[in-house]
Design a protein around this ligand. Structure first.
Ligand code: AMP
Ligand code: MG
Length: 482
């Protein structure tokens, strides 16, 4: 059987400065871990074929399908604030672009498929643990309705990967609207060559922001559009307690999808200072810093675009300034509407911001779980409802009594039937998130016991984050309750 994948490789038609053609390096004994069948169908790829031996060979990088044009893309980036003028896909390969059944174009990328010219001494490989983590967390983000790259498949390589110790190797097949990063613009800006920079901007406008083409200044419109999408994305992270961990400019996609699930995590007990990356000593990428860091990254994008924005630098800088201001407006708007929904309010009033922030202060003081507390609040919105409730896992202590009274009074002024309020709250306050202790546990089972059942179960539970089931209560508890 031959693979029938609709490839149309537009990035590979850009000048050679943009990438290095590179075939994947075969692995010893590939074995499929999981194929994301619903996503395969969206992409117009037969899930049965993908799960076959031939599919496995492709997903491990041992064979290249007809129509593919594997390449590693080049980019630059600020890593923890320090600029690196040349990074690039060091352990990832763009196999090709797939035109999905909905007509959308998606990058198909293998992560861990061997070295590339941008590997800088790295092995181009990925250990099993991070591959499983990315699969779990990216698919959970998708189920939560947050723009994200996705996981089409994961396969073990049958080869060890050497880090501090030998670990089993794996390959992840990642799908993204594109993998073009803020750092991609920085690379061309850093070269000081205007033509490739212009080509990249044109390409991104055509692929992601075609409406910008009609604007008087399409590059300015592009900058605004990227900023708006990122502001909305970061607001959605804040509202579910997601901490990316490594918000370097090379880990920020201009299409507005979350990318690079390295040391990321969802917080359990609420803390605005929460940090998850062990190498983030200064807390640069702490939860509370994510909006400001996003804006900082977008300032890097804006700076890269300066020569395209206007021939007069002063004027170009003014355009940048007004574009960056839009970040705060869009972020605040999305965040405000989002917390209003989390509190069950139909229309947010000026003083609701204090109601929300006072709740967060209480959560922090009581060291209570962010996710369960909001879910429980939804339960309380319609006390007479019969639905499955998380009260068996979490209950507000007496410390919350005055706040709960304020919230109830506020709800009484917000015209909406109680059951409807509860439904809307339960549709934005998940019961199931990829908690770090669960992710660690399935990785441990996969490595130490060679047992993948817990991984599959966790992935499945997380596909329905907003429907609580008490038979899955062990997936909803905080680590403190273990
Ligand atoms: P990340 O921290 O995952 O965003 O990666 C930063 C840069 O290091 C990217 O250019 C990666 O391609 C590269 N890189 C990370 N791990 C490896 C590896 N095992 N082999 C080669 N390059 C890598
Ligand atoms: Mg990266």
């Amino acid at each position: 059987m031959t693979a029938i994948i609709q490839f149309d490789n537009s990035y590979g038609r850009l000048p050679e400065l943009f990438y290095a053609r590179q075939q994947p390096t075969s692995v010893a004994a590939p074995q499929l871990i999981r194929v994301n069948r619903p996503l395969a169908r969206v992409l117009g790829i037969d899930p049965g074929w993908l799960s076959s031996e031939a599919g496995c060979l492709m997903l491990a990088g041992n064979s290249v399908p007809d129509g593919a044009d594997p390449l590693a893309t080049v980019y630059a980036g600020h890593q923890f604030g320090s600029y690196n003028p040349k990074l690039g896909d060091g352990r990832a390969l763009l196999v090709g672009e797939v035109i999905a059944r909905n007509g959308e174009r998606y990058d198909l990328q293998l992560k861990g498929a061997g070295p590339t010219p941008y590997s800088r001494g790295g092995d181009g490989r990925a250990p099993l643990g991070p591959v499983l983590r990315e699969f779990i967390v990216s698919e959970a983000m998708y189920a939560l309705g947050i723009p994200t790259t996705r996981a089409l498949a994961a396969a073990t390589s049958g080869e060890p990967v050497f880090r501090e110790r030998a670990l089993p190797g794996a390959v992840l097949t990642r799908v993204a609207s594109s993998h073009i990063r803020v750092g991609t613009f920085q690379f061309f800006s850093g070269l000081g060559k205007i033509e490739p920079l212009r080509q990249l901007a044109e390409y991104v406008i055509d692929r992601h922001y075609p409406a910008s083409r009609a604007a008087g200044n399409p590059v300015q419109a592009l900058l605004h559009a990227v900023i708006r999408r990122q502001a909305q994305l970061i607001a959605s992270w804040q509202l579910v307690g997601f901490i990316h961990g490594v918000m370097n400019t090379d880990n920020m996609l201009v299409c507005g999808e979350t990318v690079d699930y390295g040391p990321c995590a969802f917080m359990d007990a609420f803390s605005a200072d929460a940090v998850f990356s062990s190498i983030d000593h200064g807390g640069r990428y702490a939860y509370k810093n994510q909006p400001a860091i996003a804006q900082w990254n977008l300032a890097c994008l804006a700076q890269s675009l300066l020569p395209l924005l206007h021939a007069d630098l002063e004027h170009a800088l003014e355009l940048v300034e007004s574009a960056l201001k839009e970040f705060e407006l869009v972020f605040q708007d999305a965040y405000t509407r989002g917390f209003g929904a989390k509190l069950g309010l139909e229309a947010v009033r000026h003083d609701d911001a204090t109601l929300f922030s006072d709740f967060l202060v209480l959560l922090n003081r009581e060291q209570d779980d962010f996710t369960l507390a909001f879910r429980r609040l939804g339960d309380l919105a319609a006390p007479e409802s019969q639905g499955k409730q998380v009260g068996e896992l979490f209950e507000f202590s007496s410390a919350y009594r005055p706040w709960l009274e304020r919230w109830r009074r506020r709800c009484a002024n917000d015209l909406r039937p109680a059951l409807e309020r509860q439904q809307t709250m339960h549709a934005v306050n998940p019961a199931f998130i990829p908690r770090n202790h669960l992710v660690e546990e399935v990785i441990r089972a996969a490595i130490a016991d060679k047992e993948l059942g817990p991984f599959h179960l966790l992935v499945e539970v997380l596909t329905n984050p907003f429907s609580y089931r008490s038979d899955y209560s062990s997936y909803a508890i905080t680590p403190r309750q273990d």
